[in-house]
Write a protein that binds this ligand. Sequence first.
Ligand code: NDP
Length: 451
Amino acid sequence: MSVIQDTIARINQLDMEQKEFQQAVTEVLETLEPTAQRHPEFVKAGIYDRIVEPERAVMFRVPWKEDNGQVHVNRGYRVQFNNAIGPFKGGLRFHPSVNLSIIKFLGFEQVFKNALTTLPMGGGKGGSDFDPKGKSDDEIMRFCQAFMRELFRHIGAETDVPAGDIGVGAREIGYLYGYYKKIRNEHTGVLTGKGLEYGGSLIRPEATGYGTAYFAAEMLATRGLDFKDKVVAISGAGNVAQYAVEKVTQLGARAVTVCDSSATVVDEQGISSEKCCFLMDLKNNRRGRIKEYAEKYDTPCFEGENVWDVIRKQGIKVDIALPCATQNEISRENAIALVENGCRCVAEGANMPSTPEAIKIFQESNILYGPGKAANAGGVATSGLEMSQNSLKMSWTREEVDQRLQIIMKSIHKSCLDAAEAYGRKGDYVVGANTAGFMKVAKAMMAYGLV
Ligand code: NDP
């Protein structure tokens, strides 16, 4: 067995219950065989075994009170995966499905993604199995404060810089940062995604969705295509999905779907900028359900089904797919239906939204497939730009940040293609992203010796 297969087998045995983590490790390591052959020094230094183990993982209780005085306890996590190239960096997720496996898979992916951005950021991830849905503002605030009461001792502007993710948006970052500032008595860039009034960066809210569209545009250009007049399927209705809708519309495409965890809306006429404003208000301020969009604009709404199920069952033709909701949302059968319905490009705004079987279908069909760690890296890249602005005590204009974001997405796209070609898999964005991210981190780990 190769050293890579040994490492995968070891993780599968040691972390038997951690299915998502096993999936992420297998997906990355299987593409790294050629690096092990070309770099026997990595094998000798145990790099492959070391890179799949987090530096540390903390798990803690988060006790908090409902408005009616009822006490609840949730689990909190912070997995500091790898800080070879910079402080740990990665979001916090509040969702009932959160467990150690999910946080480890996200932290592991983050290591390679952050390396791809060209910025000095290591990888980490955290969160809680707390469900923000239906909670009052006061309950959210008390939960965030209880969470930070433990998290504060593990993070710092030069140590570990968390951000948002599913269930953690501007409101939660405000409460988390406010409490950190209070108990530490310091105003540093310890969280990103902050409000503009207290150290945030312009374009950070937009960055993941915009970046995914920029990355997809680069991919399309390799085949002489662009977004103009294309039909785009987008899943999710949160931060990433909203700005993906906005950007593809600006680029001349028609976004025809969005979903939340309860339903999918299909709007064949396209989610115009006016409709997108309604969606943002619905989700970010009124915190309502997606079916209200269907009621307002009189569009079909499919309860209990995700975007990809609906596309398959309704036979909807799409040119481009941007999954922006959650992990493993595209199954094999839905991938087959997408390809049969004319899809030519999939760029992942979410982390690991395609199952391994779906990825195989995309690659065998020779459509453009951009994995999340490359396609959605614009969010963390702009978080890196927020950190730079905080350090410099400056703020850049919207145009300046957007331009840097576009340059970074182009550079990630080029790194993926260059690495894929250098390792004999021309045009394979999966091999390219994994290899380019890995090489940077592995070389830094080699420089440090055995630490
Ligand atoms: P949000 O919480 O803002 O939005 C998530 C959206 O996805 C919500 O509309 C949610 O619906 C929906 N959703 C969640 N689970 C499901 C499900 N099982 N089926 C259908 N819909 C579902 O999160 P983000 O937009 O920030 O994150 C989305 C994805 O993008 C995640 O994978 C995240 O890790 C990734 N990502 C985010 C970045 C960022 O900057 N925010 C950066 C890079 C990646 P509901 O409202 O019902 O919960």
